[in-house]
Design a protein around this ligand. Structure first.
Ligand SMILES: NC(=O)C1=CN([C@@H]2O[C@H](COP(=O)(O)OP(=O)(O)OC[C@H]3O[C@@H](n4cnc5c(N)ncnc54)[C@H](OP(=O)(O)O)[C@@H]3O)[C@@H](O)[C@H]2O)C=CC1
Ligand SMILES: O=C(CO)COP(=O)(O)O
Length: 393
């Protein structure tokens, strides 16, 4: 059974120049997809570097290593080291670790075997060294496998560097289905976050002339609607449910890839999540899952936005003129965002945390983040940004 009907139709519908510019020629979503990595790689590359960590080596790296069956001169596996608190993080140290290993071994292809963090480390190293990479997700936990942006931690700040997308994605449903439940729920949380990111994108376009692409909007919206409809199947964690989820995540990644930026997938809910993440790093606390944070942050932002609509925020005298004149349309878009209670019910169905307490974010941090999270991406004009700044000082 093919699980890539929507992906195929998106890819086939891209204008030829756009398709060529994203440089991704193969997307496989099926049980046993790992086996297809071998002929793909052997037909094209001679020196292969696998990028893993301790966990992902066990679930996929070891198997791929043995199936590639290459001698030590042609295959090298790099284990990205965890930091002092046993977290593998996409920061300067991890990126340099991989860059140096690649400088020494001189691969002509990198293969990321892991979830969001290992992919961002690999895409950054590939970008720096001008090397292509292949994506092999080990958990359906984020939509960042095939995006172009690398949200990395540089000097403690979460910055997104526009880098490279993969040349191919091999999503093996046998591996993804066995990923821990929290990672599957996190992937669903990252998808649910699109309710507010898509709103914020429309808001930025209407009020701040931010760049916009209808095709990327519709791809993301379709991925969101499809996954929300399939929540019962995703909850079961069977092959079909996981196929819906990973396909939705890949489609959202394609939207970012063709747009070239993360607007479709990342709005104020992501900025809150990033703010929490940066604070956890400062406090030396272990990271929470990205998608789990995004899901909870989405409920908080939805609650705020519905309240702002009720209070007629856009008609206040000190908001930007562009917000005031577009307020009726903005309110219509807010009305399309489910209520916080509805969002919590969706996330709970799939087993994700729905409140800051369940997630483990202290309430003081949640309050501060709501005031300052727009500064994580100051160039993006979200409704949260408008609420926190009113008329620009
Ligand atoms: N580029 C983009 O557009 C996007 C990037 N992101 C980024 O992705 C990062 C978060 O990624 P996320 O996937 O949530 O978390 P991580 O990649 O940090 O992985 C979370 C945990 O899952 C473990 N793991 C992965 N696969 C398996 C498996 N099959 N079995 C057991 N354990 C497994 C990892 O092990 P181990 O620690 O050993 O790796 C790790 O402990 C954030 O930095 C976020 O900003 C998110 C969305 C989009
Ligand atoms: O996480 C993302 C999409 O899910 C991308 O986030 P950024 O906007 O920080 O790159």
């Amino acid at each position: 059974m093919s699980y890539t009907a929507d992906i195929d139709s998106i890819m086939n519908g891209l204008a030829p120049e756009l398709r060529a510019s994203i440089g991704m020629d193969t997307i496989v979503v099926e049980a046993g997809a790992l086996k297809k990595v071998v002929p793909y790689v052997l037909q094209r590359y001679q020196h292969v570097m696998l990028v893993v960590d301790e966990h992902t080596y066990k679930v996929a790296g070891k198997k791929l290593e043995s199936e590639l069956n290459l001698d030590a001169r042609s295959l090298h596996t790099v284990f990205i080291s965890p930091n002092a608190i046993e977290d593998v993080v996409a920061d300067e140290q991890s990126i340099v670790e991989l860059v140096l290993a690649a400088k020494q071994f001189q691969p002509d292809i990198l293969i990321a075997l892991g979830s969001g963090t290992l992919h961002d480390i690999t895409r950054m190293a590939g970008f720096i060294l001008n090397l292509p990479f292949i994506s092999v997700p080990t958990a359906p936990s984020v939509d960042g496998f095939n995006s172009k942006g690398a949200p990395v931690i540089l000097r403690g700040e979460k910055k997104t560097i526009v880098s490279i997308g993969p040349v191919a994605v091999f999503a093996d449903l046998d591996i993804l289905r066995k990923a821990p439940r929290e990672l599957i729920a996190a992937g669903f949380g990252d998808i649910v976050g699109k309710f507010t990111s898509l709103f914020d994108w429309k808001f930025g376009q209407l009020t701040n002339q931010e760049p916009y692409m209808e095709q990327a909007y519709l791809i993301t919206k379709n991925a969101l609607d499809k996954c929300v409809k399939a929540a019962d199947l995703i909850e079961l964690g069977d092959q079909e449910g996981i196929a819906y989820l990973i396909s939705g995540l890949i489609e959202s990644g394609i939207a970012m890839l063709i747009f070239g930026k993360s607007h479709p997938a990342s709005g104020a809910e992501h900025h809150l999540s990033h703010y929490w993440e940066m604070d956890f790093i400062k406090q030396g606390r272990k990271q929470l899952l990205h998608g789990a944070k995004v899901g909870v942050a989405c409920t908080i932002i939805a609650e705020l936005y519905h309240r702002l609509a009720e209070e007629e925020f856009g008609l206040q005298s000190d908001v930007r003129e562009s917000v005031r004149v577009n307020w009726e349309e903005i309110k219509q878009h807010i009305a399309e965002i489910p209520s916080a209670a509805e969002l919590r019910a969706m996330i709970a169905k799939v087993g994700g945390p729905t409140t800051i307490e369940e997630l483990g974010v202290p309430s003081e941090l949640a309050e501060t983040a709501l005031k300052y999270a727009h500064l994580v991406r100051p160039e993006r004009y979200t409704l949260l940004h408008a609420y926190n700044t009113k008329v620009e000082q």
